[in-house]
Design a protein around this ligand. Sequence first.
Ligand SMILES: *Cc1c(COP(=O)(O)O)cnc(C)c1O
Length: 393
Amino acid sequence: MNFAEIKALDDAYVLQTYGRNQVAISHGHGAVLYDTEGRKYIDFTSGIGVCSLGYANENWAQAIYNQAMRVGHISNLFYTEPYARLASKLVPASGMSGVFFGNSGAEANEGMIKVARKYSYEKYGQGRAAIITLKNSFHGRTITTLKATGQDHFHNYFFPFTEGFRYAIANDLESLQAQAGDDVCAVMMELIQGEGGVNPLQKDYVQAVARLCAEKDWLLLVDEVQTGIGRTGTLFAFQQFDIQPDVVTFAKGIAGGLPFGGFLTNEKCRTVLRSGDHGSTFGGNPIAAAAANVVLDTLTPDFLAQVKENGQYLRDGIASLQSPYVSGIRGMGLMLGVGVQGMAHKELKNRLMDQGLLALTAGKDTLRLLPPLVITKEELDQGLDIMAKVMRV
Ligand SMILES: *Cc1c(COP(=O)(O)O)cnc(C)c1O
């Protein structure tokens, strides 16, 4: 089917909930994508930070095929090898104690919230269930994670929302302290706010929050759905903030393009959720777990060092454009936000796409770059050439 045919079916039959780019992607290789009309794109999106190994990765595709030919799904009433192997790598590498597998970021965050509330309920009883999250955050699209998201425009239409969320200003300890109270059980945050505009939290702030949490026995909940699994140049971003969360979530990049997610807990929270307290039909699916094993095996120390180096290379390359449209560059590893001025961020994204570079937007004025972690210098250079063409005057 060509673009027009696909779009006609979408218009006729699919709920129109996305502001889509007027492009239908057909296939790709590495960090290069092709649309149905044969146009080529350098990909600085990875979906939205999902396709960590790029497109058509041989090992990834082979692992999926092999597992599909053995058993594609069986319920969690049985053991299977792929998720068990994955857990045995993920838990030690993160310094956590145990893991729960689900399918998506929002589902992972829901589970993390359940851990916090049950931990507090068992220790302190009812009435200590409030969770402080940060303004400008993004935690998902379910009724509860929408309410956890610290952006007012997500709190419309779907009333009644889950109670018990309060919001503090990021990087402002006093604002957090002002939300304190006997009813609080946890603080939940992204270390780089992704959808909110690629805003990294300050290290001393994050450490001060961790200390405050330890002091008050609030759980420190870190949402690494976007920042996790190598995106920032370490397995988890928290490893560069020198903190250890009580619970941390992951999703987007974990299985390189298959739906997968989950959360890790520390020793203190390891037995909070027990038999019957939580579950997920598809969670730990053998095919998705087999794919995730390939992703984790790829994230060697050398590979992660390369992610940091390529992130710096891309950053330097953008800075050297000296574009009047760039107000600043933020982020870590291959998660970069380019502040856009003098043009709407969506307009810039569209102009780059017209010239063959895919990028994302975030917040009000940010171009968000999340290239596949396997992107090569040559592919980065091709992307930078397109940025130069569009953004230099
Ligand atoms: C994308 C994202 C989510 C939601 O993930 P879904 O898989 O879409 O449910 C939650 N938190 C953060 C930080 C995200 O970037």
